[in-house]
Ligand binder design. Structure first.
Ligand code: HEM
Length: 144
């Protein structure tokens, strides 16, 4: 039963993390057009900070801890099948995107953003594409 319960927690954490990675860039799309120092900009700063600190970062940590644990239970860290290496590579990019977004939250908090709304719309697609790739590799396990 341990494996199933560890996977339950892994999937719940992954879903929460993904929700934040898909929503935060969207908030930044609207933040670009908000007047610096205005009520909307200050509200978006609070939303971005809370989403990152209260949901995304804890969910990312739990996703990693229970994902690593699943790998131990399945003996994947010694075997390192190709599908798992590909999944980990995409998860590493997803984690780098998380760290980059955390930096953007600080940039907006300092009213120092210089990027366009279009830029954040494009960046919003990155976690979507990674999500599709990760789920395909972990469920289908190609090249076994
Ligand atoms: C954060 C680092 C992560 C690690 C170390 C990790 C590791 C693992 C491992 C070892 C399994 C069990 C595979 C098996 O038993 O066949 C698993 C299952 C799964 N992971 Fe992750 N994972 C991580 C992140 C993610 C992310 C970001 C997603 C989705 C975006 C994801 C989606 C899944 C799914 C859907 C399963 C269940 C697959 C199944 O039951 O067929 N994981 N993960």
């Amino acid at each position: 039963m341990t494996y199933e319960w560890v996977k339950v927690v892994h999937l719940l954490a992954v879903i929460s993390w993904m929700a934040g990675l898909l929503y935060l860039p969207r908030l930044m799309v609207y933040h670009v057009d908000a007047d610096k120092g205005g009520e909307l900009s200050e509200t978006l700063k609070t939303m971005e900070r809370r989403l990152l600190k209260a949901i995304m970062t804890p969910a990312m940590i739990v996703s990693w801890v229970f994902g690593i644990w699943l790998g131990v239970l399945q003996g994947l860290w010694s075997e390192l099948p190709f599908w798992f290496v590909c999944k980990l590579a995409m998860v590493a990019v997803m984690s780098a995107m998380h760290v980059w977004l955390a930096g953007q939250v600080r940039v907006f908090a300092a009213d120092a953003n210089i990027r366009s709304g279009k830029f954040f719309r494009v960046m919003n697609e990155v976690p979507t594409l990674l999500l599709i790739g990760i789920v395909c590799f972990v469920v289908v396990k190609p090249f076994v």
